[in-house]
Design a protein around this ligand. Structure first.
Ligand SMILES: *Cc1c(COP(=O)(O)O)cnc(C)c1O
Length: 406
């Protein structure tokens, strides 16, 4: 991988016409270490957030030994970079063939579920392989309610009374049991963890079975840009959030249990930026070489304002407009699809023009992981960049790439 000090240097040296992902391994390692030292338990990186081999390898190098995986491709990706890593198969609804692969080929011994029929599926394979249930820990996924930028609790999780039954059933069969939850992504209110812990405590007390662990999932917020025209979001700092979580864990009597967290976004968001090019400027519209079907997918980045840096092409000698102060541009994506228009603007200097580059920061989470081959465009060029996005010349603009109607 080519290496540059900054994305600006990469832009000027490569003059790329395709989006270029700028990977910052030092930032990734710093954010991973920060999480590991603040969380009082095992850190299991959520692979779906960004499963690139360079990410998994860096995390293994920094001492992450456990990974939250959901599919055979994720099992393989982790094992390829870290043969000894522990795989936690935390998807509550699994294909029978994937359960077999997990137990038989990958020797996975930790799984999650939220329904008795999933227990039956797992038990069938355990019996067929003649495994001892006592060697397997099954986490019952608890339903949570809360406030996160991305609410995921509607899809998975057993209601508390149902979770009690599931724990007791697992215990009768002879499995080791645990409780897990996942409060959503980019949480906005630290109370969601406390509410989930209160519910976990209720379930533990009613079930009366010995728990082998508590898994608090992911959801920890990453720091992003913020739109200067709007009120600054009241996002808890990760330190404040962790201090609160540690005290909630103690208060609800969980500090004696082995703890697991499954962070994704908070570890990997800052580790990548994407360098895009303006293919055409048409009045107040910019056509760029990326879009909602590639790195700027609406479903995950929808409520987030990303920092952006303007990188003018020095080959353009004449420019019009005021170079100071930001103006909003409507941004059209690379595909021919008419929905591929970002309905929130990018704010950039008025002088931006055809051929210029824009570096969009903090896109490491749920952005390159969600890119598609739609219309034949698939960004897949990577460089390494040594300077963190926010150092050096600051980000002049910001990209609010929300696609919901404003
Ligand atoms: C997606 C996911 C995570 C990671 O969530 P982040 O908000 O990125 O930290 C963790 N656990 C589970 C079960 C998930 O589905």
């Amino acid at each position: 991988m080519d290496r540059f000090t900054t994305a600006r240097e990469a832009a000027l040296a490569m003059r790329p016409d395709v989006p270029v992902y700028c990977f910052r391994p030092a930032v990734l390692k710093e954010d991973a270490r920060a999480f590991m030292s603040a969380f009082p338990g095992k850190t299991a990186y959520a692979v779906k957030t960004n499963g690139e081999p360079m990410v998994l390898r860096s995390l293994a190098e920094v001492g992450i030994t456990a990974f939250d995986v959901a599919s055979p491709a994720e099992f393989r990706a982790v094992r390829e970079v870290s043969p000894d890593a522990e795989l936690l198969y935390m998807h509550p609804v699994k294909a029978q063939s994937d359960i077999r692969l997990a137990l038989e080929t990958y020797a996975i011994r930790v799984m999650a579920l939220d329904h008795e029929d999933e227990i039956a599926k797992i038990l069938r394979i355990v019996r067929a392989l003649d495994l001892d249930p006592a060697d397997i820990t099954l986490y019952v996924r608890l339903q949570t309610k809360g406030l996160a930028a991305y609410e995921l609790s509607k899809k998975f999780g057993a209601a508390p009374a149902h979770a009690v039954e599931l724990l007791q059933r697992l215990d009768r069969i002879g499995f080791r049991t645990g409780l897990c939850f996942h409060v959503g992504s980019q949480i906005e209110d630290p109370d969601v963890y406390e509410r989930a812990l209160a519910s976990a405590d209720w379930v533990r007390a009613r079930a009366g079975v010995a728990l082998a662990g508590l898994d608090v999932g992911g959801g920890f917020p990453a720091s992003y840009g913020h739109d200067p025209k709007r009120a600054k979001p009241k996002m808890p700092s990760i330190d404040a959030l962790m201090a609160r979580l540690r005290s909630d864990l103690a208060e609800w009597g969980f500090s004696d249990l082995p703890l697991i967290a499954e962070p994704g976004r908070v570890i990997v968001a800052r580790a990548f930026s994407v360098l895009v090019r303006v293919l055409l400027k048409k009045g107040k519209r910019l056509y760029i070489n990326d879009g909602i079907w590639a790195s700027l997918s609406d479903s995950w980045t929808g409520k987030i304002t990303l920092p952006a840096r303007f990188i003018p092409d020095p080959a353009r000698k004449r420019r019009s407009g005021n170079p100071d102060g930001l103006v909003p541009f409507k941004v059209c994506g690379a595909t021919c699809d008419s929905v591929d228009i970002l309905s929130r603007p990018f704010w950039l200097p008025e002088t931006v023009d055809t051929g210029d580059w824009i570096e969009i920061g903090h896109i490491g989470a749920y952005s390159l992981a969600l890119r598609t081959h739609f219309n034949g465009f698939y960004p897949d060029t990577f460089v390494e960049v040594t300077t963190p996005f926010h150092e050096g010349d600051g980000a002049e603009g910001f990209a609010a790439i929300e696609t919901m109607a404003d």
